[in-house]
Design a protein around this ligand. Structure first.
Ligand code: PEP
Ligand code: MG
Length: 566
């Protein structure tokens, strides 16, 4: 039994599927050209077959534009130039096919990577991908592919990238366990939005688990049990059933308001990563969307998504929510969130570098396209736009000025935009929390991003399980920053929400209610449980309790106080 961090609740019992890139050890060998050419021919055929198969499976879950990458790969695998060069090398040097492929691939990748044209530079990734597959086929190694899983499995990996999680098929991917990551790493967030049980930061799982091993994933406690006994399987099946039944019972609260016993109303809304997630928010009684992470739209794309594509996505969300508030965050890229078609400049600390609004203010062309798409969509509902990673008043003003310009341009062009679009600020950098009362003069609302706020306050990388003990939402230091932010908003007549994972934390909810938080945005599956909790609390009592909590020394003391007060 291994222990990790329960990142997305639920229980899964299935077989292990290891998501590990094969390691190739290619060396130069003298060889008979004819034999090598035959090997190469077979490997090319297999490579094309593999890509076609992946495309076919992926076409069931991906949109046509997302499938374009497979066509590009097929074209490359059928390119006579690539093949001709490898054949030439085999014939002229009498070397093994693996070596010839590696040499040609490396040379081509280097040429493409050094090209002026950004589009051509980005093609280097495609060459890498296709030639890696070709080399694996030559070496008889299999590349795991999430899209082709066709039986129930628990995925075991070092980490899942956002694009890995995006291609998970819920029908067969019953859960996942990763070596690294914490509750707020993006694989964990995606797992919650997909409602797939997940245990992250589970050190040793990659070595202990083998392909096909039976496994129980208890993502309620964070346990991974390999080779479970009959009794354990029965016990955990029952535990999984009980969890599902409890979830079902909560459905009775779906159409209820979120209101304390003494009549203080708050909004419980959902975090989404794509327009398709709106359904889940509505099914779970969400009173709006508190965070649409638009970067996933960019990450799934083959190139910068154009205005029309974005407009359609935002409009779908606004229409889907039928007039309820929808908070859409402008592009938050950088850090661990990369793009296939753009190479970020290497930085020592990408999480402290050019990400989110910093990137948008440097690349205003990209920012403007998104703002235009958002503004056009704003005619279809109640849109609130927010800028991520604001550190200073000036940054907010600069971003807001670009927004104002694009709004004025659209109006001059006679294009309809919403009357009452709210423009807010994410508070996820301590400097912004400290200066919240000043920022609130310019912003229409705040949304506190505790995932980053805690990472930056504690100087503890949210991706590292080694310092995950410093993820302390209930530490009085964090509570004080939250209090400053809420008070700063209220002092200026503005509302304050929270879209970091803390908003869905059951132990934190009573304090957040007491501190006066107006909107709680969380993964859809947490909404009903949070409503049950809030609807049973007294606002006045929680206000008193929260005032005491910020005066305590440690998070443990805060947790004790909360438990004694609810
Ligand atoms: C946060 O930082 O709390 C947040 C909501 O943004 P993300 O997790 O996408 O960085
Ligand atoms: Mg953030």
């Amino acid at each position: 039994m291994l222990k990790g961090i329960a990142a997305s609740q639920g229980i899964a019992i299935a077989k292990v599927y290891k998501l590990e890139q094969p390691v190739l050890d290619i060396v130069r060998k003298e060889a008979v050209a004819e034999e090598e050419l035959a090997k190469l021919d077979a490997a090319f055929k297999k490579t094309i077959e593999d890509i076609e198969k992946i495309k076919e499976v992926a076409s069931k879950s991906l949109a046509p534009e997302e499938l374009a990458v497979f066509d590009a790969h097929l074209m490359m695998a059928g390119d006579p130039e690539l093949r001709g060069q490898i054949e030439e090398k085999i014939k002229s040097e009498n070397v093994n096919a693996e070596y010839a492929t590696e040499e040609v691939a490396n040379m081509m990748i280097m040429i493409f990577e050094s090209m002026e044209d950004a589009y051509m530079r980005e093609r280097a990734a495609d060459i890498k991908d296709v030639t890696f597959r070709l080399k694996c086929n030559l070496c008889g190694k299999v590349i795991p592919n999430l899209a082709t899983i066709d039986e129930p499995v628990v995925i075991v990996a070092k980490d899942l990238t956002p694009s890995d999680t995006g291609s998970l098929n819920k029908e067969f991917a019953k859960g996942f366990a990763t070596e690294i990551g914490g509750r707020t790493s993006h694989s964990a967030i995606m797992a919650r939005s997909l409602e797939i049980p997940a245990v992250v930061g589970c050190t040793g799982v990659l070595e202990a688990a083998h392909e096909g091993d039976p496994v129980i994933l208890d993502a309620l406690t964070g346990e991974v049990i390999l080779f479970p006994t009959e009794e354990q399987i029965a016990e955990y099946t029952a535990k999984g059933e009980a969890y599902k039944a409890e979830k079902e019972a909560l459905k009775a609260l779906k159409a209820q308001p979120s209101i304390s016993t003494d009549g203080h109303k708050v909004l419980l809304v959902g975090n989404i990563g794509s327009p398709a997630d709106v359904e889940g928010v509505k099914e779970n009684g969400g009173e709006g969307v508190g965070l649409f992470r638009t970067e996933f739209l960019y990450m799934k794309s083959e190139d910068w998504p154009d205005e029309e594509t974005q407009y359609q996505a935002y409009k779908t969300v606004l229409e889907g929510m039928e007039g309820k508030p929808v908070v859409i965050r402008t592009l938050d890229i950088g850090g661990d969130k990369k793009l296939k078609y753009y190479t970020f400049e290497e930085e020592m600390n990408p999480f402290l570098g050019v990400r989110a609004v910093r990137f948008c203010l440097m690349r205003k062309d990209i920012f403007r396209t998104q703002l235009r798409a958002l503004l056009r969509a704003s005619a279809y509902g109640h849109l609130c736009i927010m800028f991520p990673m604001i550190a200073t008043v000036k940054e907010f003003q600069e971003a807001k000025a670009v927004y104002d310009e694009e709004r004025a341009k659209l109006i001059a062009e006679g294009i309809a935009v919403g009357e009452k679009v709210e423009v807010g600020c994410m508070i996820e950098i301590p400097a912004a929390a400290v200066l919240a009362d000043q920022i609130a003069k310019y912003a229409d609302f705040f949304s506190i991003g505790t995932n980053d706020l805690i990472q930056y306050s504690m100087a503890a990388d949210r991706m590292s399980q080694n310092v995950s003990y410093l993820y302390q939402p209930m530490n009085p230091s964090i509570l004080r920053l939250i209090k400053m932010t809420i008070d700063g908003a209220h002092k200026n007549g503005k509302w304050c929400g929270m879209c970091g994972e803390m908003a869905g934390d059951e132990l934190a909810a009573p304090i957040l209610l007491g501190l006066g938080l107006d909107e709680f945005s969380m993964s859809a599956t947490s909404i009903l449980r949070a409503r049950k909790m809030i609807n049973g609390l007294s606002y006045e009592a929680m206000k008193e309790m929260a005032a005491k909590a910020v005066e305590l020394d440690t998070m443990e003391e805060v947790a004790e106080l909360v438990k004694a007060s609810i």
